[in-house]
Write a protein that binds this ligand. Structure first.
Ligand code: 5CA
Length: 477
């Protein structure tokens, strides 16, 4: 990769900062010659690998991972009316195999309900087959006509984790919605990304679902990014795809389902929420390189310093850290710049003075400097990295809190959404939502808000004065 040493745009110019950080920190190459498709650089892929490793650990608690085919026959895809309506403008179709036309066109999965549920119908016979909880991490394809953006709005979603669960009763499915939301909360806590949960208005729910609960974060420019969704499907799809089971009394019942998805927007949020003017700032949990060791070479003690640094690298690697010794023939400052750009959480400096004092200097990516005893250095580093992660969580939470404003009128709402999220009272009607959206040029995101940064209350709808409850209004990605 060509090394560019020019300064990054300031993060306050978020759009320019985001575009530039993707290549300067070697996340994605956006030069692939198909709109909405991008290429992972190895460093970016390393972040994805670790983030999705955490996601898999969470999902594997009580789901099984599998993989369904990419191509979906039009006959199956066209069965669920609402689902089709929601996706017909976004589906890619395969119409030929080689030079011969296919008798049934095949859809590239935009999401996999219509691939999976015909198989669920074959697999599920009795209540003893339930609950069934599967997920897959695959690429999906959506012909997005809005502005495409790497990691945020893709035409090939390369990291689409979709879970599809089947239950004997609606109560169980409702409980699964809560479990899914808990898993997503844990996942984003690991990424140190604060989230707000809310129920999407009916016109914004997943096509074919009863209701959708969304997980949003607030990006540095004040716009929200939907970084996960959980859908209660009820028996809509089980009726369409004949997913039935025999209950304990031998009666045939329709199953009740949920599905929930996360994409590489999770990576976009991590990069955007934590990054600064010097580049990426990665939580230790997802950093491809957690620690970089920089030897401070001073004249005649060069060999001694390099040997000490190499011994430290081995000890830290054996302790399980993703550690790298940067012994390049380069000024330390240039090395600091290189690894700060790539978001390495911790730098360890080793020089002659440190060898004499039997210490090392630990400097976190956000500039906190600690002198650690060389003996017990692993414990020292663990506590420094733990504190660093907590600091990231706190800073991100404070940044989100600073962007949430209670608004009692349309004017106050219009002001608040310029820099973040407005919390307003809304009666829940589509008519008032449209009035609010037209007046403030932002979207009614959702109600039934769950966030420890927002106190939900009742009050007069800011559009009609009727009985309302707290709802989110914001500009969105
Ligand atoms: N074009 C896109 N690019 C990147 N991420 C996307 C895109 N479209 C949706 N997503 C992400 O994928 C998540 C799940 O997508 S979804 O349509 O809401 N839900 C589903 O497809 C369900 N079948 C979940 S299994 C969304 O919450 C959003 O975070």
């Amino acid at each position: 990769m060509e090394e560019d040493t020019g300064a990054l745009p300031r993060k306050e110019n978020f759009s320019e900062w985001y575009n530039e950080i993707l290549w300067r920190a070697e996340i994605m190459d956006v030069r692939y010659p198909v709109k909405g498709l991008y290429v992972w650089y190895p460093h970016g892929f390393g972040i994805r690998k670790r983030a999705y490793g955490i996601l898999r650990d969470l999902m594997d608690r009580d789901h099984a991972e599998t993989m369904f085919p990419l191509l979906i026959p039009k006959t199956e895809f066209m069965k669920e009316a609402e689902h089709i309506k929601g996706f017909e403008d976004e589906v890619y179709w395969v119409t030929h195999g080689g030079t011969s036309e296919l008798d049934v066109p095949l859809a590239l999965r935009p999401t996999s309900e219509t691939a999976i549920y015909p198989m669920y119908s074959l697999w599920i016979r009795s209540h003893t087959d339930l609950p069934l909880k599967l997920y897959q991490i695959v690429n999906t394809f959506r012909y997005e006509t809005k502005h495409t953006r790497p990691l945020i709005r893709l035409r090939e979603i390369t990291s689409f984790k979709e879970a599809h669960t089947v239950h004997a009763t609606r109560e169980e499915a409702e409980a699964q919605v809560e479990i899914a939301l808990g898993l997503y909360k844990e996942f984003y806590d690991s990424l140190r990304v604060p989230v707000i949960l809310s129920r999407r208005p009916d016109w914004d729910k997943f096509p074919g679902a009863d209701y959708t609960i969304a997980v949003d974060t607030i990006m540095p420019d004040g716009k929200t990014l939907q970084i996960g969704t959980v859908h209660m499907l009820g028996d809509h799809f089980s009726r369409t795809y004949a997913i039935t089971y025999e209950d304990a009394n031998g009666e045939r019942q329709y199953a009740c389902q949920t599905c929930y998805g996360i994409s590489e927007r999770s990576i976009a949020a991590t990069i955007s929420v934590h990054g600064d003017d010097k580049g990426l700032v990665l939580p230790p949990e997802v950093a491809p390189i957690e620690i970089v060791i920089v030897p401070i070479i001073v004249g005649k003690r060069r060999d001694e310093v390099l040997a000490s640094a190499a011994a430290l690298e081995t000890e830290l690697r054996d302790a399980g850290f993703a550690v790298k010794l940067d012994a390049r023939d380069m000024r330390p400052g240039a090395k600091y710049y290189h690894w700060e750009m790539r978001g390495v959480p911790l730098r360890i400096e080793v020089g002659p003075r440190d060898i004499d004092a039997n210490t090392v200097i630990a400097v976190t990516r956000t500039g906190k400097k600690t002198t650690l005893d060389r003996r017990g250095v692993v414990e020292g580093i663990n506590s420094v990295l733990g504190a660093f992660g907590e600091d990231l969580s706190q800073a991100a939470k404070q940044a989100m809190a600073d962007r949430i404003t209670a608004a009692a009128t349309l004017e106050e709402t219009a002001e608040a959404v310029k820099s973040g999220v407005a919390v307003v009272h809304w009666c829940g009607s589509q008519e008032c939502a449209e009035k609010i959206e037209a007046a403030v040029d932002a979207s009614v995101l959702g109600s039934e808000i769950r966030s420890d940064l927002i106190a939900v209350s009742d009050g007069p709808c800011i559009a009609c004065g009727g009985e309302g409850t707290s709802a989110l209004v914001a500009r969105t990605y």
